[in-house]
Design a protein. Structure first.
Lengths: 529, 291
């Protein structure tokens, strides 16, 4: 059931004392509250958590030039409101710190450290205030400050990129893995502390593919920004491109025309299907069921070909643009794709039967890599991994956008949080996506593919949310000067979910790590940006 | 078990023929931008539309140099949209991989009038040609050695030096049963110590620079390096900034450049074969019907 368009946040504002006094403002998809003092952040966070709220994104902005301040933002999701609560705290440049809420809300842990690294604002009271987004051997720079030139060439990095915490005990030893891994996957470093085979403690070090994306957005005219958004995480090209476009559209006070809204739903679901089928196969591979993977990779190839037939690009790139789509979907091509989806659906069911009829596969997946629902909630885990651990969250239903206001998916939720359930969520979602695509294609409106956007006012801000195939993608933008962005905050669901991997691996054996990692299948590039 | 067999039998053989010779993408496929240089009246809208600077114009006193760099191109097609008169179109052909960076660059010089329109093609279009000594030095010796030593077998270590993971999707596709790379004796290995070739994706980030260099050093000679995609060739959409070191060839020597964003599996295969000298000479990658 979708959320009523809702008074839950409004009554919250009355209940929580510091919030009640602050000016609040409604904007598309969000309720903005500007606080006058960051000192109240902890008190507010505590009250919000008590109401079952989740901290979805935490970030900062350098507004010293325009307003003489830094701003810290908490984007909070309330379980019964279709708007995100966007809290804004001022931070004076001469007192560059803010109270950390990571002890109360572990979901904010990495994101507060990003603010430290990128802006030089100290998260006072953070339980683990070490660097996360810039490695330990980086010089003392804060790249998202406005007076830090984007093209700064840093001296060659020397020394130890990471100093790991020690794990002490009899027979404990370390297994360091990465950043270059054995498979064809992205780079990251895993530092396992093991005693025998079971993993006692895993430390993650990511951001190897950090490309300064949030800074790069500020250099580009915003009609070009969509290409950068498509390259935040290649496997989510459409999801990120769409989230970016929605944010720009909201800032301009416009909406895509009816055709584009429904077509976007079709394309976003195609992206979900090709990724889910690949992941199902990859999970099978990692427990040695290789023939299932052969079928799965074949099916993914079919989907990539369908993407191409419809859009000209195997990864659905280059079609979405601010204001709609670059061109309308060709009805004949769409009909052909829908026909082929029928045979795809039959083959997909064959694949599911193949995997489910294998007891040894099930034996490896069940109770492996368990992420208990309570942990998932604390860490703010979203998307596939969240729904496999009882977190009933989905942007398509909770904050509907574009075609999802008309076509609503059923949201599968499973309780155990093991590899098996993460696979089950994918199976159910792929099925649901296929029927959504068919329903939407049958009622695809005609008309123009896009509208010209009115120029957005300089200084305007906007928030967009999209349920990519991994989970919730958030873009928060501020319009800058001369057709450029002043700030673009990109939040891939992987950023919320990586810390959960650490919990899920605990007590499992190292040989099960590949399948556990694969069952989350988080994006390194989307996290590192 | 019976179910598995039955499914396999019912599926039958799915592997496609020689992916390069039988290359046949769907009609909607967006290939490489092609330019009708003599008819092109104004390159400025296309240059303004290009998100990566792959199309660049330089005006000086009544003449204009237009530079097309397929190493920067992400094949988005916005240049074609910006030139409604049809001088730029997205052709149904791949931009083939090359051995030297210069070969991806085309330049043309125009005479322009007061309004900035291009009135006459003065020079070109000409494609960059690699200095012969450079090609020789860079890879030919290694190529011959690998070819002689290994004949038809090749081991590749893939290195993601900062990519968005789009290129990884297509590298994975090479391993699916349709492309089935292993039938060519080519396989991906887990360690650089087992590899003859590094397939490097992404702009090299500051954080991956050392890891890439160490991986390259750990790969025994003779070895070849293939830079994959716009990012690997030039930094692509990310360009260069405080976190991005730049293209792969600024960190390790590169033998072959594979344009694309991401390159199609056919392009990757072409680039790999080109790097080990198993492709006699460059050939165009177009669907049969257009040859």
């Amino acid at each position: 059931m979708s959320r009523p368009d809702a008074a839950a946040l409004d009554s919250l504002l009355h209940e929580i004392r510091p919030l009640a006094a602050a000016p609040a403002e409604n904007a598309p998809g969000e309720l903005r509250v500007a606080l006058d003092d960051a000192a109240r952040r902890e008190e507010i966070a505590g009250a919000l958590l008590e109401q079952g709220c989740r901290f979805a994104s935490v970030f900062a902005e350098d507004r010293r030039a325009a307003e003489g301040l830094f701003f810290l933002y908490d984007i909070v999701e309330h379980p019964a409101d279709s708007r995100y609560l966007v809290l804004r705290y001022p931070i004076a440049p001469d007192q560059p710190r803010f109270p950390s809420i990571s002890v109360l809300a572990p979901a904010a842990n990495w994101m507060e450290r990003e603010v430290q690294d990128w802006f030089g604002l100290e998260a006072a009271g953070h339980p683990n205030p070490r660097r996360v987004a810039l490695h330990d051997h980086w010089p003392d720079v804060h790249p998202l400050l406005k007076d830090f030139p984007a093209n700064t060439v840093l001296p060659p990095l020397e020394g130890d990129p990471h100093v790991f915490r020690q794990t002490i005990g009899e027979g404990v030893f370390y297994v360091p893995v990465g950043p270059v891994h054995a498979g064809i996957i992205e780079p990251g470093h895993f530092h396992f502390a093991v005693a025998g085979e079971p993993v006692i403690y895993l430390q993650l070090r990511l951001y190897y593919t950090h490309k300064g994306v949030e800074k790069r957005f500020e250099q580009m005219p915003f009609h070009h920004g969509v290409f950068l958004a498509e390259s935040v995480s290649g496997d989510t090209s459409f999801g990120h491109g769409l989230a970016y476009c929605l944010a720009v559209e909201r800032a301009a006070g416009a909406e895509a025309p009816a055709h584009a809204q429904v077509a976007r739903l079709i394309l976003l679901e195609l992206e979900r299907v090709y990724n889910h089928v690949a992941d199902i196969g990859a999970i099978a591979t990692d427990v040695g069921f290789v023939i299932a993977n052969s079928h799965a990779t074949r099916l993914r190839e079919q989907m990539l070909c369908l993407n191409e037939e419809l859009t000209g690009s195997r990864l659905l790139r280059g079609l979405v643009r601010p204001g709609g789509l670059r061109r309308a979907l060709d009805p004949a091509a769409l009909r052909a794709v829908i026909e082929k989806l029928d045979s795809f659906a039959r083959e997909f069911e064959d694949l599911v039967r193949l995997i489910e009829s294998s007891d040894s596969t099930r034996d490896r997946l069940e109770t492996t890599g368990t992420l208990p629902p309570a942990k998932a909630r604390d860490l703010g885990v979203v998307g596939v991994a969240g729904r496999a651990s009882g977190q009933d969250l989905d942007v398509r239903r909770d904050h509907p956008f574009d075609g999802y206001r008309r076509f609503q998916p059923r949201i599968p939720v499973f309780p155990h949080g093991d590899v098996l359930h993460r696979m089950r969520v994918r199976i159910e979602e792929a099925r649901e996506s296929l029927s959504l695509i068919r329903a939407a294609a049958a009622e695809l409106p005609g008309g123009p593919a896009s509208v010209e956007l009115p120029p957005a006012a300089s200084g305007a801000t906007a928030l967009s949310a999209v349920e990519g195939w991994r989970g919730e993608i958030l873009y928060w933008i501020r319009i800058g000067e001369s057709g450029r962005l002043g700030r673009c905050r990109v939040k891939d669901p992987s950023l919320n979910n990586w810390p959960a991997l650490v919990e899920a691996i605990q007590g499992n054996i190292i040989p099960d790590f590949p399948v556990i990692n694969k069952s989350f299948n988080l994006s390194y590039s989307g996290t590192d940006r | 078990m019976l179910g598995i067999l039955r499914k396999s039998l019912r599926t039958g053989l799915v592997t496609i023929g020689d992916p390069i010779r039988s290359f046949d993408p769907p009609p909607a496929w967006r290939g490489a931008p092609r330019f009708d240089f003599p008819a092109w009246r104004d390159a400025r809208p296309a240059a303004a539309a290009c998100p990566t600077g792959a199309i660049a114009v330089r005006d000086s006193g009544g003449s204009r140099e237009v530079r097309i760099d397929y190493g920067l191109c992400i094949f988005c097609g916005w240049c074609a949209d910006a030139c409604p008169e049809g001088a730029v179109r997205m052709a149904r052909e791949l931009e083939p991989p090359v051995r030297a960076r210069e070969e991806l660059v085309i330049t043309a010089v125009y005479e322009t009038d007061a309004s900035g329109a291009q009135t006459r093609l003065l020079d070109g279009p000409s494609r960059g040609v690699a200095a012969p000594d450079r090609v020789e030095a860079a890879g030919a010796a290694a190529r011959r050695a690998i070819h002689k030593l290994l004949g038809r077998s090749l081991a590749i270590r893939e290195v993601d030096a900062g990519s968005c993971n789009g290129c990884e999707i297509e590298v994975h596709s090479l391993n699916n049963p349709l492309y089935d790379l292993e039938r060519f004796g080519i396989h991906f290995v887990a360690s650089p110590r087992h590899a003859d070739m590094l397939l490097v994706t992404g702009p090299v980030t500051r954080n991956m620079e050392l890891a890439l260099l160490k991986t390259w050093r750990a790969t025994p000679d003779p070895k070849a390096v293939v830079a994959v995609g716009a990012c690997g060739i030039s930094g692509g959409i990310f360009g260069r900034n405080y976190a991005v070191r730049g293209p792969v060839d600024e960190v390790v020597p590169v033998d072959v450049y594979v344009p694309g964003c991401p390159p199609r599996p056919e392009s990757l295969l072409y680039g790999i074969l080109l790097a080990v000298g198993r492709l006699a000479s460059s050939m165009a990658l177009r669907p049969e019907t257009q040859k």
